[in-house]
Each structure stands twice: as structure tokens, then as C-alpha cells.
Design a protein around this ligand. Structure first.
Ligand SMILES: Cc1cc2nc3c(=O)[nH]c(=O)nc-3n(C[C@H](O)[C@H](O)[C@H](O)COP(=O)(O)OP(=O)(O)OC[C@H]3O[C@@H](n4cnc5c(N)ncnc54)[C@H](O)[C@@H]3O)c2cc1C
Length: 451
């Protein structure tokens, strides 16, 4: 059988594409996923309070970070990263999309697609007085930051992944196949066009059109294994870098099982300019859930993380080996640019001030690792930023529009091959990128359905 569409990767973008393209009963669509398929609305992934990093549903790569190695997670399950993420649901700003410089992706063009997402978004509610969230927002307001509750991709307290929102209603369609535990090795190219894919376990699937939606780490690896080595494949890897200031809450502050992310605030370096720093409160965290803490803390934890929204630094993804099951080499290069280090240092100072602001300070027993001496010295603070900067697992840019795909997301120089996932983003939106990936796939699906 020759499929009309083979989609590689059942993540945020892949689920949208598979659901939308199979709306036409005459189109035969196959969705291939490297990870497992736990079925509709799986109980193991329903908890939307925190990221799900265990349970066998995530890739855990060892990424290089300027001489260190840090764990790098991505979803490896039907639903992809949306099935394991922190559920923060924030579209980018108009300036993010206008700034890309592609006529098809201006805010005017993308806005209806954001508004038409089938993903439910729960708008956060103002935190009750006296809670750690209310105290955080008071502290942010006192520093002039713009704060509020966090909207989430949840419904009645449960996580809604792209699989739940898009795929579950399409699973019974006879023209849609979903094959899990089926990692794709490469795209088969014949005479300058995609003719199908080869599976890592052997076996080939023939297709008239192939779309790579394996995410910004694995899509460039598949392109390279397929011999598509345009400059730009695997380059320009971007993530939102963050420095997290961890603290121990006083007794009574921890509300076990409550969502980690309920309040955030943003700020701009230039008055009236675009927000370029986001402070996220992480509360109700059990330190055991955070492998990055390496056992430095046991029991309840809270934190304020300073996340850079428009980083200048870029890393890359390369092939480690010809073996399609070998993890690619990921070099993050977070905060390689001095401007990123400086802005993160300002973010840490803000996080420190918020944690020590009297209202929140009363709920904090002690702050870990950071001291007044480090915070006050530019040199010591920048050294600490370089040592502690961590990824937020928002990879993008490794098959950018303009370099690797055109603005309709067709791979340059190869017919019948698309990339639709975070790889194509010219730069990250100034927000966590899940909604942007869904929007991107909605637009690509509409074009592909007409083509
Ligand atoms: C822990 C974590 C927390 C996050 N928190 C947030 C948040 O709170 N808010 C937010 O907006 N964003 C968040 N993100 C980021 C967001 O979820 C991603 O940006 C988005 O889901 C990316 O979508 P995608 O379609 O590009 O790729 P993904 O959703 O990652 O999907 C790629 C899929 O392809 C599969 N795949 C890979 N290789 C192959 C292969 N060779 N063959 C077949 N299949 C393959 C993968 O297993 C995966 O299922 C978070 C991400 C992580 C990992």
C-alpha cells in the first residue's frame, strides 16, 4: 500500500496533522511514533500538575552544555512532548511572529489559527490571598513586573495533550493508521522526491508525501540520515535558558498535588519594549521529582526561575553514529553569548529579590546555594549563571524556515517532503512553545489538505 501521507512523530505537531489530514476519508494517512501508544486519554499521563519525566514516556538525552552534561528531555509517546510537559499554555506575542519576517507567518495570519485550536486552555485564576502564589505576585508587582496566573492545557484538573485534543477523536477512522514503537530511520528519496520511509527495525513504507514531525532534536537527525544535509540542518538550536533559585518552604506552604506552575511574571529590558525575561514560580514541588537537584534537597521545594525569552545563543544537533537508534549529539551552548549571561544575571537578581520580598520571604525557610555575596558581585553572579544555567526543553530552530524549508514548510530541493514541528521556527516565541507548535501544524495541515 502507498499512503498519501506518512507523518513521522506523533507529538504536538504530528497529532494535529494526522487528525486534520485524515478528515478527508479518501486520504490514507499513517502516523509513525518511536515511543509507545498508551491509548486514548491514558491515566498515567493525566496528571497535569507537573511534567512527567519518568514512566518510560520521555527521551532522556545527555546534552552537552559548555563542558558539562545536562539531562535533556522530550516526549517519547503518542502525544509527544505535550503529553509530558509543564502544561503552560501561552501563545507568543504579535511582535514574535511579525519579527520572523515571513509574509505567511505575520501575527495577522497566525492569530486565527491560535484562536481556532482544538486544544482547551484553562485560564488561570487569581490566587487566594495568603498563598505562596499571591505572595509571589505581590513581590513581582513591587518590583514593577507584570504578573498573573498561568493558563494551562488542562481540563478539570487533567492534562490535555495533543493526542487527547486531536487524535483521540480520529482514532477510529479507517483511513488513519497509528503505528507506535516504530522509530523511523530515514526518508527514502527517489529522483529528488520523497518516496516513503525506512523503519529502524527494517521494513519500508511507501508514501506520496512524507512529513517529519519528530521534534527539533530528532527531525534534523532524520534529515541527516536521509542525506538531506542543507546548511542549517541541525544548526541554530535554540532553547529558553533558565536559572532556577531553589528554596525550602516553611511548614504549611506546600500543598501536595497542586500544580507547580500557577503564577508567572514578565519584564522587558527597555521600558515599553518586548518582554525578554519571565519569572516562573514553581511551588508544591517534591524535590524527589527534580532529578536536576541531584539530591541536594529532600521534601517540599519551591523555586523562582528566571527564563530568557529571546536568547542570542545557539547550539546544534549532529549525528553521533549511523545507527538510527543512537541518540544524536546535542550541544546546547546556553548562555554562550555574553548578552544572555548579563540578562540572566539580572533575572537571578530579580528572582532573589522576589524570594526575599517580605510577603514571600515569610513563607520561605531558606534559599539554597545563592548568597548575598554572589548576588551583589557582577563577576561572581555571572560565573554562577554560567555554572547553573539549564535548558527548559523548548528546542527549536534546527531546520529553520528560509534555510531548510520554505515558508510553506516544504524541504528545499526535495519534492514531497515537509517538516512541521518546532525545528522550523526561525526563533522561539517569547513564551513556552507548545501552542505555537499546534498553531504551526494547523496552518500546515490546511495547506497540505489543499495541495
Ligand atoms: C519536560 C518538558 C516541559 C515542557 N513544558 C512546556 C510548557 O509548560 N508549555 C509549553 O508550551 N511547552 C512546554 N514544553 C515544550 C513543548 O511541549 C514542545 O515545544 C512541543 O511539544 C514540541 O512539539 P513538536 O511537535 O515539535 O515535538 P514533540 O511534541 O516533541 O514530538 C515529537 C515526537 O516525535 C517522536 N519521534 C522522535 N524521533 C522519531 C523517529 N525517529 N521516528 C518516529 N517518531 C519519532 C517523539 O517520540 C515524539 O513523540 C515542554 C517540553 C518538555 C520536554
Amino acid at each position: 500500500v502507498t499512503y498519501d501521507d506518512v507523518i513521522v512523530g506523533a507529538g504536538s505537531a504530528g497529532c494535529v496533522l494526522a487528525a486534520r489530514l485524515s478528515e478527508d476519508p479518501a486520504r490514507r494517512v499513517l502516523l509513525l511514533e518511536a515511543g509507545p501508544d498508551p491509548g486514548p486519554d491514558p491515566p498515567a499521563l493525566r496528571d497535569g500538575a507537573a511534567p512527567v519525566l519518568g514512566g518510560g514516556y520521555a527521551w532522556r538525552l545527555a546534552a552537552g552544555q559548555r563542558g558539562r552534561t545536562v539531562p535533556y528531555y522530550a516526549g517519547r509517546v503518542v502525544g509527544g512532548s505535550s503529553a509530558i510537559n509543564g502544561t503552560m499554555a501561552i501563545p507568543g506575542t504579535p511582535a514574535d511572529f511579525d519579527g520572523w519576517g515571513f509574509p505567511e507567518w505575520t501575527w495577522e495570519r497566525v492569530r486565527p489559527a491560535f484562536e481556532g485550536l482544538a486544544m482547551p486552555v484553562r485560564q488561570g485564576t487569581r490566587p487566594a490571598a495568603g498563598t505562596v502564589e499571591a505572595a509571589f505576585l505581590l513581590g513581582c508587582a513591587a518590583l514593577g513586573l507584570d504578573g498573573g496566573p498561568v493558563p494551562t492545557t488542562t481540563s478539570r484538573g487533567r492534562r490535555v495533550s495533543a493526542a487527547t485534543a486531536y487524535l483521540d477523536g480520529a482514532r477510529e477512522r479507517p483511513n488513519l493508521g497509528i503505528r507506535a514503537d516504530a522509530p523511523v530511520a530515514r526518508v527514502l528519496l527517489e529522483g529528488g522526491r520523497a518516496a516513503g520511509v525506512e523503519l529502524a527495525g527494517g521494513g519500508r513504507v511507501a508514501a506520496r508525501r512524507v512529513t517529519l514531525s519528530a521534534g527539533a532534536i530528532f527531525t534534523p537527525a532524520i534529515l541527516l540520515r536521509s542525506g538531506v544535509d542543507l546548511p542549517g540542518v541541525g544548526a541554530h538550536l535554540t532553547d529558553h535558558p533558565a536559572v532556577v533559585v531553589w528554596a525550602v518552604p516553611r511548614p504549611g506552604v506546600h500543598r501536595p498535588g497542586e500544580p507547580w506552575h500557577q503564577a508567572l511574571a514578565t519584564t522587558a529590558s527597555t521600558p515599553g519594549g518586548p518582554a525578554d525575561l519571565q519569572l516562573n514560580l514553581l511551588a508544591h514541588v517534591d524535590a524527589g521529582q527534580v532529578p536536576q537537584l541531584g539530591g541536594a534537597l529532600a521534601g517540599p521545594a519551591i523555586a523562582v526561575s528566571a527564563m530568557l525569552l529571546a536568547p542570542a545563543s545557539r547550539g546544534h544537533v549532529r549525528l553521533a553514529a549511523a545507527d538510527p537508534l543512537a541518540d544524536p549529539v546535542v550541544e546546547l551552548e546556553l548562555a554562550a553569548e555574553p548578552s544572555d549571561v548579563r540578562r540572566l544575571a539580572e533575572g537571578v537578581r530579580l528572582a532573589w529579590s522576589v524570594l526575599r520580598f517580605p510577603v514571600l520571604g515569610r513563607q520561605v525557610a531558606r534559599v539554597l546555594a545563592w548568597t548575598d555575596a554572589v548576588i551583589e558581585s557582577d563577576e561572581a553572579l555571572e560565573r554562577a549563571v554560567r555554572a547553573f544555567v539549564s535548558p527548559t526543553w523548548h528546542p527549536a530552530g534546527t531546520a529553520r524556515m528560509g534555510d531548510v524549508v520554505d515558508q510553506c514548510l516544504r524541504v528545499l530541493g526535495v519534492d514531497g517532503l515537509h517538516v512541521v514541528d518546532a525545528s522550523v521556527l526561525p526563533s522561539l516565541p517569547s513564551a513556552p512553545p507548545n501552542l505555537t507548535c499546534l498553531m504551526l501544524a494547523e496552518r500546515a495541515a490546511a495547506w497540505m489538505a489543499r495541495a
